[in-house]
Design a binder for this molecule. Structure first.
Ligand code: SF4
Length: 413
């Protein structure tokens, strides 16, 4: 049987668009009853105001929560555990992501509980017929939920090409478990994870997202759409196509579809609402842009690399390019992920980043952490280049402050 996926253009009211998208895709009445414990799972990978494209827009989360509450379920929780490495020290927390995105205000307005899933109790659950994870640790809140609504923001992704409803479920794993998925093979691990905590329904924030290297504002794009559907394979297939890619290229989608005996293919989907083809964009994938934006940098990436290290590195490189010495990035080599050190020739100006690359630490200036902090990367890169890292950090902080002031208006809409 073909699955319904709706595509609705958001006008002035995001809530109206979410309502229409959910109605067109069959509604939530079939899956939510008075006994249901509902988990709404936005993507709040780190603290960024709604509208920048990094995180799920609070207006989408709010509309979904209102619709769920109208059905009178037993309980509703908005839950998330931000990216790998978060919530392990005092400088990074999911609560900050709740607050900065505007989601904390939503929870307050609707009197719904917010839960940091990185700090939740968890259980180790066996995976039947696993690809790579025999067992997976899952936040108890997710396991105890009868209905999970995945509310991702549509973005391209360096490792998985796109991030949609299936990848969004990584937030229900406690922090250390997220890292394990990168070491074992991210795409297969996402398929294993979703076989244990499969989303019951999906509402995609495709209003504005991030492509390429996720550098703001140049990599932000606008689609202005809401996508909804009950089948995560069908919704992610449509979202992938809408982003300009072939669903056959998204391996976690293919692995998960195979697990469910389905095909992640448009021939299996009925799209209602806006026409698919007319709304399709050609988003840029991450690594395609890296060499063109940083031709002077050689990057050696091992299999386990994840957005934790890549994200911090891209932030560091952008800051050095903008505020640092012109020569700092020339002939720079960066090693990250889990490389084989025997296959890497030693070069003069090399930095080695993160716990995964510890075995290659002797090849350059090593920066510890999982992920290492962007500031420590800046210091290390500037040190091997003989330039002033502290100056870069100070200038970047001043610029960041100015940008936060500029983007406050996005939060106030
Ligand atoms: S060290 Fe870096 S690449 Fe490895 S798991 Fe941590 S953040 Fe990801």
């Amino acid at each position: 049987m073909k699955n319904l996926v709706s595509l609705v253009r958001a006008g002035k009211s995001v809530e109206a668009a979410v309502r229409q998208a959910i109605d067109l895709a069959g509604g939530l009445k079939e899956i939510i009853s008075a006994d249901s414990r509902v988990l709404i799972k936005p993507n709040l990978c780190w603290p960024a105001p709604s509208g920048m494209g990094f995180t799920t827009d609070y207006r989408v989360t709010e509309a979904v929560a209102k619709i769920v509450l109208e059905l009178g379920p037993k309980s509703v929780i908005i839950g998330e555990g931000s990216s790998a490495g978060w919530d392990f020290d005092s400088s990074h927390s999911t609560e900050e992501a709740f607050r900065v995105s505007g989601t904390a205000e939503v929870a307050k307005r609707l009197d719904v509980e917010l839960r940091n899933l990185n700090r939740d109790a968890y259980e180790e659950v066996p995976v039947t017929d696993p690809y790579v994870m025999d067992t997976v640790r899952i936040a108890r809140t997710a396991l105890e939920s009868d209905v999970i609504i995945s509310v991702p923001v549509l973005k391209t992704h360096l490792r998985t090409l796109v991030t949609l409803s299936l990848k969004n479920m990584k937030g229900v794993m406690p922090g250390a478990e997220k890292r394990k998925t990168h070491q074992l093979g991210l795409d297969k691990a996402i398929a294993d994870l979703n076989s244990v905590v499969r989303p019951s329904y999906v509402v995609v924030d495709a209003l504005a997202g991030m492509q390429g290297l996720w550098e703001y504002p140049q990599d932000r794009f606008e689609l202005g759409l809401i996508i909804a559907g009950a089948d995560p394979v069908a919704v992610d297939t449509v979202g992938t196509y809408l982003a300009g890619f072939d669903p056959a290229q998204v391996m976690h989608l293919q692995y998960f579809a195979a697990r469910e005996g389905k095909q992640a293919d448009l021939s299996q989907v009925v799209v209602v609402g806006e026409p698919l083809e007319a709304n399709r964009q050609r988003l840029r994938a991450g690594f395609d842009l890296f060499q063109s934006r940083y031709p002077e940098v050689s990057i050696i990436v091992g299999e386990s690399v994840c957005t934790g290290c890549m994200g911090e590195l891209l932030g560091a490189l952008a800051a050095i390019k903008k505020f640092g010495d012109d020569q700092a990035l020339i002939n720079l080599t960066v090693i990250l992920g889990s490389p084989n050190p025997d296959e890497i020739a030693a070069r003069a100006k090399t930095v080695v980043l993160g716990k995964c690359a510890q075995n290659a630490a002797h090849l350059g200036k090593y920066v510890k952490g999982c992920p290492p902090l962007s500031d420590d990367m800046i210091r290390a890169i500037c040190q091997v280049s003989g330039s002033d890292g502290e100056l870069v950090i100070t200038s970047r902080n001043e610029d960041r402050q100015r940008r936060w002031e500029e983007t406050k208006s996005l939060l106030e809409r």
